[in-house]
Design a binder for this molecule. Sequence first.
Ligand code: NAD
Length: 261
Amino acid sequence: MAQELEGKVALVTGASQGLGRQFAKTLAGAGATIVVASRRIDALDELAAEITSDGGTAYAVRLDVTDVASIDAAVDTAIERAGAIDILVNNAGLTVNRLIRDTTPEDFDLVMDTNVRGAFFVAKRVAAHMGERGGGKIVNLSSILADFVMPGVSAYCMSKTAVSQMTRAMALEWARKNIQVNALAPGFVDTAINAEFFESPAGQQIIGRFPGQALQQPENLDSALLLLVSSQSDHMTGLTLRVDDGQGLGAFQAARPRPTD
Ligand code: NAD
């Protein structure tokens, strides 16, 4: 797969840390020019410099996905600086961890505005450009929690189910534009979004029930990402590809010794 993406430009949202940062570096390693976009321009500048010093090409662009004017401006700037966008990794996202009884309208709106509305309008703007260019690849970040629920993250779970359904709708509407739209649905990965929970006793207990008894690491998603952005997936569209190390298989098993124990 090395250099498979030579000549392509990838826009990665929410790239200042966590999965977005890993995705940007992985795509750069495969030869793509990268535009990293998020709210913290200092962190993005650092990442762009790191990619450049590793021999790649990267640009940093400020983006707040909750603001459609910011989305349109960031996409225009990305196209102006990098020349085009062939690949979108629609990664920016967040959670508010509250039980339903404690969830405020503001909590709910923040999660939906970022994870659903934000991703929708980023993809809409980028797809218009891709359509004019003859095609492209869009990867939306869904989650294992599109299919399962946990207490305390209801709005997040709902938002990720919406991302998977949004992916199918976009895939259908943009198929004739040669734009493949798929969702990548990680299991629980070791990043800032869930660090506090997984350090708690309840989080540790859940990790103990995963078949692999561990969180995933961001680089465990590399091969699935590379598949979804390369020509190898030209006949795959509208899918939600779960890459969870079997966490979904074991999350709800009773707390008893594993068969191999
Ligand atoms: P993270 O908190 O480390 O990173 C989230 C990124 O999104 C940050 O760069 C943040 O600045 C950016 N972001 C948030 N709001 C934004 C906004 N309004 N505008 C622009 N950028 C914004 O979390 P992560 O684990 O790297 O999450 C990345 C994506 O992967 C998210 O969509 C998340 O839901 C999804 N995901 C994560 C996991 C996991 O276990 N870590 C599992 C499944 C899915």
